[in-house]
Design a protein around this ligand. Structure first.
Ligand SMILES: [Zn+2]
Length: 54
């Protein structure tokens, strides 16, 4: 199940951490943080394909 969420989003405003797939990544960049609505930049979403969650 690791291939489903290759990216980790951390909100710069509310510090919420969310694992996102590519579709969710684009949605976040377009619509902002799902928790607080802050504007999101590509740098706020990190590719974690090489790292293990937790
Ligand atoms: Zn937020």
């Amino acid at each position: 199940m690791s291939a489903i969420t290759p990216n980790q989003f951390v909100c710069p405003e509310c510090n919420q951490s969310i694992a996102v797939n590519d579709t969710m990544k684009r949605t976040l960049l377009d619509a902002g943080c799902v928790v607080c609505g802050a504007s999101i930049q590509p740098a706020d979403i990190n590719d974690t394909a090489d790292s293990v969650p937790d």
